[in-house]
Write a protein that binds this ligand. Structure first.
Ligand SMILES: *Cc1c(COP(=O)(O)O)cnc(C)c1O
Length: 450
């Protein structure tokens, strides 16, 4: 214990440590906090594990790295080297920079979010983006909520509370762990009526389930799995037609929204939202990011009278979106209207041809000083969109004397973390999701890791 006290006395004072020349120009409040955290850890180690007092230079390095952690916050940039453009854990779809510039203009000052400028009266935030959405989808009306999960919830709560909703057994999916169709449905107050079997559901199954309490036929995009082999799914036009015949609502939770085909039909057979609407589906919901390439939001499009009912639901106030979301969506939708949507980061990544990917891989390799090999690989789409879709891509194998898991860990712990793939026990950087502007950052991380 005496020994420990002696060691503890040797630790530098916070103020003195913070005044070291290595720290000039840093924010003094955060620097002191960083110094306090580091000294506290050292103190605990001395008391608990009887460790030695580290050299002053080592303490200074630790304070620097702690300072860096504090200033960048817990939410920060990472490099996506997985090749999965819609990466659920890495923020799903990146937002286009020019779209964000417009959002900055709108949201860093005042806007007409809820103000009718022409008449000098209170306005309605829900009508923003509706005009573009109707144009892009062919729907009569549209509205935006917080995310697609809340879109599903408010649609069921408004249109099917205390009533029955028929859903195919093969579509009672769980998406991302916390979104399960049956659970969302029971919370919304709608009663689930399962129809068909896991692998086969026919339109006669929906028709046979109808009672005086039936409000809706709901179809759900399977998003993260596919039933292959002996299976049969009911088409959207059959559901729309039969719903009309029975006098109930037809609803499709499309999950990911497409305004046009981005990748070939042979790779991803998902129907576009205009196709869904043209098939006579009364109401459809989809995410604002995923394949659409905007930001987190739930978009509801369909019949005017149904959208009107949803707008009147008091839950709308809880699920409503902020001006930032509306501004980003407006800018994203305009890209589609102008047919400049190939500029959106997700669309660019999903459609980059193999030749171009190869050229970019070569360029990155030329900037790296360690040993590398370029290989042909397949990248997936991600984000619960087109579960089976795979596209040709190129990967850069990073060779080193270290174990692949150790290199991978170093990459993840770089100043800007790089999230790579491990293929056959080798660290691979999939070029598809690495932007040219990120090459220098990638090089720094790789050089540090090997
Ligand atoms: C992704 C998805 C959701 C949830 O959408 P969020 O935008 O993540 O809230 C709901 N339904 C389906 C079919 C999905 O694919």
């Amino acid at each position: 214990m005496n020994n420990n006290n002696e060691k503890l006395r040797k630790l530098p004072q916070i103020d003195k440590l913070a005044s070291a020349p290595e720290f000039t120009g840093l924010n003094s409040v955060l620097l002191k906090k960083a110094a306090r955290n580091v000294l506290e850890n050292i103190r605990c180690d001395i008391i608990d594990k009887d460790t030695e007092v580290p050299d002053l230079q080592i303490i200074i390095q630790e304070v620097k790295s702690e300072y860096h952690k504090l200033t960048r916050g817990t939410l920060h940039k990472v490099i996506n080297a997985t090749g999965v453009p819609i990466h659920t854990n890495l923020g799903r779809s990146p937002i286009d920079k020019s779209v964000l510039e417009e959002a900055i203009e709108i949201s860093s000052g005042y806007s007409n979010l809820e103000y009718d400028v022409a008449n000098g009266k209170r306005g309605d935030r829900y009508h923003h983006t509706a005009q573009y959405l109707c144009e892009l989808t062919g729907a009569e009306d549209a509205i935006v909520v917080n995310n697609n999960a809340s879109a599903v919830f408010i649609i069921l709560n408004t249109l099917a509370r205390n009533k029955e909703v028929a859903v195919s057994r093969g579509e009672l999916v769980e998406i991302g762990g916390s979104f399960r169709v049956p659970d969302v449905m029971s919370r919304s107050g709608a009663k689930l009526v399962e129809v068909g079997s896991t692998n086969k559901t026919r339109i006669s199954d929906y028709a046979g389930s109808v009672s005086s309490k039936t409000a809706m036929f709901m179809k759900v995009h399977k998003s993260n799995y596919e039933i292959v082999g002996f299976s049969e799914e009911t088409s959207l036009d059959e559901i729309a037609r039969e719903a009309k015949h029975q006098g109930v609502i037809s609803y499709y939770d499309a999950g990911s929204g497409l305004f046009r085909k981005i990748i070939p039909e042979s790779v991803c057979g998902d129907q576009t939202i205009p196709e869904v609407i043209s098939k006579g589906i009364d109401i459809v919901s989809f995410s604002g990011d995923k394949m659409l390439g905007g930001c987190q939001a739930g978009i509801i499009a369909g019949k005017k009278d149904l959208i009107k009912k949803i707008k009147k639901n008091p839950l709308m106030r809880m699920l409503r979106v902020d001006k930032l979301t509306l501004a980003v969506l407006q800018g994203t939708f305009r890209k589609y209207l102008e047919r400049n949507d190939n500029e959106l980061p997700v669309n660019r990544m999903l459609t980059e041809p193999p030749e171009s990917l190869f050229k970019r891989a070569e360029k990155l390799v030329s900037m790296l000083s360690c040993k590398t090999t370029i290989i042909k690989i397949k990248s997936t789409v991600g984000g619960g969109s087109c579960p089976l879709a795979e596209q040709d891509s190129y990967g850069i194998i990073v060779h080193s004397g270290k174990r692949s898991s150790a290199v991978d860990k170093c990459l993840r712990n770089a100043a800007t973390p790089v999230v790579a793939r491990i293929i056959d026990d080798k660290v691979v950087l999939d070029i598809r999701t690495i932007d040219e502007q990120e090459y220098t950052i990638v090089c720094e991380a790789v050089e540090g890791a090997v």
